[in-house]
Design a protein around this ligand. Structure first.
Ligand code: COA
Length: 376
């Protein structure tokens, strides 16, 4: 390696691009989307508004939001062959694998699939924002022996997800809390899945290929898969009394505790306290504090033993559980939110593209003489 070149394992601290979409500032405990504080967006906005902001760079006015929301509402349907394919899949299929495959297949049904212009990619982004919840709910229902429920154009994005999953409209509190999780999951700079989307886009491959890469990257438990693993952990722990002993044993065995730690936030994930408040509201409303008490204890032990803060996935895990969402859908739901951020990044990458192609340090064998096959 040349003296002027530096290598950072996992690309930690490496600046890999320029972006105008979001800013993570751990020192100031700040996360902004297009300059707007995430706390303000979580409090006042709804997911559709935030998706528009990420895609178009500005908050929509009433009529722009109405048009955008209408486009989402009317494009939720899946092409019939995709539903047929879902019915043919093994019922044990992993939902992130199913989502990845369906996103990939949707390109065959999109007349604009090979058009990588800014406008075409915005149109495709709106379609995928609309269709991903339908893929998730349809696959879940089909794998559980039920027919998919057709989307309801009178319902918001958050309400319609619950409706397509269970056939019932959620109450106002569930809708607001779920919508807030979607806003907080919508975008987060050059995280692993967004970066993989940008790498794929940078080769001038198409929008669907870039999103397919992102879905595959999000699946891993070190990234989006952590929300499912965190809830499985809480269920395995099972009680407040068992929380500290369970954690001490796991930490002694050098296990990673899912939903804790972060590559960028070393003094706490800006999103986690917003979600913790919502979790507490749910516990209070239900008069059952089990998950909140256990979460407090996990946080206390992790801080004391490892100095680690919860990340966005920890409070989201028990919030999703309390609002009745199946655990195996937590990571697909992360994708259903992050599609807005991924799409904004793919479009931004293509607006000012340069192939992303880093180098590596070679540590393999030095020059070796080739031996003919018969002599080996
Ligand atoms: C997010 C994560 C991948 C960041 O990784 P990273 O920046 O590469 O940091 P490292 O994994 O190198 O961790 C640094 C140290 O903290 C420890 N650590 C980090 N996260 C930990 C966790 N969740 N549980 C226990 N120890 C953890 C590591 O073991 C390591 O300790 P060591 O130096 O003694 O080996 C990591 O914190 C993690 O695996 N967390 C759990 C998965 C998760 O919640 N992912 C969602 C992220 S939003």
């Amino acid at each position: 390696m040349e003296a002027t070149q530096t290598y950072s394992p996992g690309l930690e601290g490496v600046i890999a691009g320029v972006s105008q979409i979001s800013q993570v500032n751990p020192d100031l405990d700040s996360l902004t989307y297009r300059g707007y504080d995430i706390r303000d967006l979580a409090k006042h906005a709804q997911y559709e508004e935030v998706a528009y902001l990420l895609l178009y760079g500005e908050l929509p006015n009433k009529s722009q939001l109405e048009t955008f929301t209408q486009k989402i509402k009317t494009q939720r349907d899946l092409p019939a062959p995709i539903v047929t394919m879902l019915k043919a899949l093994p019922k044990e299929s992993n939902y992130m694998d199913v989502l990845r495959s369906c996103v990939s297949l949707l390109s065959s049904f999109d007349p604009q699939a090979q058009d990588s212009s800014h406008e075409a990619n915005l149109a495709k982004a709106t379609r995928l924002i609309a269709k991903i919840p339908t893929i998730i709910t349809s696959s879940y229902r089909i794998f559980h022996g039920e027919e998919p429920i057709q989307p309801d154009t009178s319902l918001s994005h958050a309400q319609n997800f619950f409706y397509m999953l269970r056939g019932e409209k959620p109450d106002a509190m569930t809708t607001k809390i779920f919508d807030t999780t979607m806003i907080l999951y919508a975008e987060h700079g050059f995280n692993a899945s967004t970066f993989s989307a940008r790498v794929t886009a940078s080769t001038l491959s198409d929008y669907y290929s870039a999103v397919t890469s992102a879905v595959g990257t999000l699946k891993g438990p070190l990234h989006g898969g952590a929300n499912e693993e965190a809830m499985k952990m809480l269920l395995e722990i099972g009680s407040l009394a068992n929380t500290e002993p369970w954690l001490m044993k796991a930490l002694a065995q050098k296990q990673k505790i899912m939903g804790f730690g972060h590559r960028v936030y070393k003094k706490g994930d800006t999103r986690a306290p917003i979600l913790k408040v919502l979790g507490n509201e749910l516990c209070n409303q239900r008069g059952d504090s089990q998950w909140c008490d256990m979460a407090d204890k996990v946080e206390e032990v992790m801080m004391r033993e490892k100095g680690l803060f919860p990340n966005v996935d920890f409070p989201t895990s028990y919030i999703y559980y309390m609002i009745g969402l199946p655990i195996e859908l937590y990571t697909p739901l992360f994708a259903a939110s992050r599609i807005a951020g991924w799409s904004a990044h793919i479009i931004e990458q293509l607006d000012n593209n340069r192939l992303i192609r880093p180098k590596s340090i070679y540590e393999g064998p030095k020059h070796r003489e080739y031996t003919l096959l018969e002599q080996r």
